[in-house]
Design a protein. Structure first.
Length: 169
């Protein structure tokens, strides 16, 4: 073998250096690739975590919106119930007022009927008093007529007695 082509300790050291350098370069490339894949994996994990956080935030927002809608619906239902209760209370108050007015009207009608009955009784008593006065007047008239008839008969008897006395005398 020519001397240039024969391996020497320097050439073998150089070959070893080149092999080691190549191995180190490959190892470094592998380390960089692993680091890059780990970085990508971490980025994916972070992206997934962010997506999960966003999904949780959206779920919380939806839950809050649902809770708010439910609270608003409950408040509206409560307001409607209060309005109905107020309307019922007003209707009952109107019914009580109407019943009171009807009772007052009935009491007034009864009082008026009693006043009319009293007036009728008074009119009947007055009519009875007038009838009694008329009967008394009739009795007086009859008594006067009887007294007049008696006076007339006495006068006739006296005239007859006088006539007889003249005739006998």
């Amino acid at each position: 073998m020519p001397a240039l082509l024969r391996p020497t300790s320097q050439t073998s050291d150089f070959a070893l250096f080149l092999a080691t350098d190549r191995f180190q370069a490959q190892a470094q490339v592998q380390v960089q690739a692993q680091t890059q894949s780990q970085t990508q994996a971490q980025a994916q994990v972070q992206a997934q975590a962010q997506a999960q956080a966003q999904a949780q935030a959206q779920a919380q927002a939806q839950a809050q919106a649902q809770a708010q809608a439910q609270a608003e619906a409950e408040a509206e239902a409560q307001a409607q119930a209060q309005a109905q209760a107020q309307a019922q209370a007003q209707a009952q108050a109107h019914a009580h007022a109407l019943a009171l007015v009807l009772h007052l009207a009935l009491a007034l009608a009864v009082a008026l009927a009693l006043a009319l009955a009293l007036a009728l009784a008074l009119a009947l008593a007055l009519a009875l008093a007038l009838a009694l006065a008329l009967a008394l007047a009739l009795a007086l008239a009859l008594a006067l007529a009887l007294a007049l008839a008696l006076a007339l008969s006495l006068s006739l008897a006296l005239a007859l007695a006088l006539t007889q006395a003249h005739a006998q005398a």
